[in-house]
Design a protein around this ligand. Sequence first.
Ligand SMILES: [Zn+2]
Length: 374
Amino acid sequence: MQQVIEGAGRVLMPGLIDAHWHSMMAAPSLGAILSGDHRYLTAIAAAESTRTLMRGFTSVRDVGGNSFGLKQAVDEGILPGPRIYPSGAMISVTSGHGDFRQAGDLPRTMGAPGPTDLEGDTAIADSPDEVRMRVREQLMRGASQIKLTAGGGVSSPHSPLDAVTFTPAELRAAVEAAGNWGTYVTVHAYTSQAIREAIDAGVKVIEHGSLMDDDTARLIGQKGVWLSIQPFPDALAEAFPPGSFERQKADEVFVGNNHAYDLAKKYKLKTAWGTDVLFSATLATQQGAILASLTRWYTPAEALVMATGTNGELLQLTGKRNPYPGEIGVVKEGALADLLLVDGDPVADISLITRPEQSFKVIMKDGVIYRNTL
Ligand SMILES: [Zn+2]
């Protein structure tokens, strides 16, 4: 049955895509995550998933976390939520970004999972063989791409920002295993060294890049590698207590991030947009506002294209492992019908996307209407 919706001069745009999202970790507090009640955490993630869709985000690229069950539930229509392109567990080395263990959890025997690996949100791997195994485990669960942490991170309790974590042989093992399965590896990397080693190993996407230098940005462009970068809002740093190791790292990364955007523009890098919201249900409500904050560097039209068509191109890197084959992030006959009807023109006034309840009169995903307030 066909349904006709009279747009009455409103603007039809593609559903928004967040290229750096953690479905399982965006809304719960860090304390709730560390408490380890995964049924509670799954309930939080499910509720947040529905809110994500109702903010106009019809797809997310999930770059770390065991989102396979949530994705299945959304795909089966059990609850409303965005399309999820899952990476599965974020794969890290011992002491790296993603290793949240305490001293008492050590040592681990090679091949054996650490205590935090068992829920599938993170995985520790310390040799090419272990990396291959952990990558293949994610692929077996249905990962559409693989995420490794190639350098130190902000929220991890042990890794300094300047640390390069995986060895070249380990990175190559991941790229090979993902490539054999028809997909690609993306890495978390801030520093030039971490980025360069990843590119040398065949990694296709760099997440963040906040501390890269000019030459490294040029290399990213020459190699046709994607930069998936986020306009970090200050509130993200405020999730960490003042003076803590994590907070100091956040402050350093946030300053670098501004420069990284300048470099992305200078070398016309293939640039994806994402939020990387972590541990804050309040900040998650700002998903559209974080997109709008791109106007620090881009025009509203450029920002909107990045969060729709450009991010849609990035999703196509999953090739035959694409869980939702079809054109995405565009308004076009034959493309996936992820559409928003906006009460106003977001190109003229991008603040419309910061008020999704009022602005998005119709929210459609895959041809199904999830909101129609006309
Ligand atoms: Zn992240």
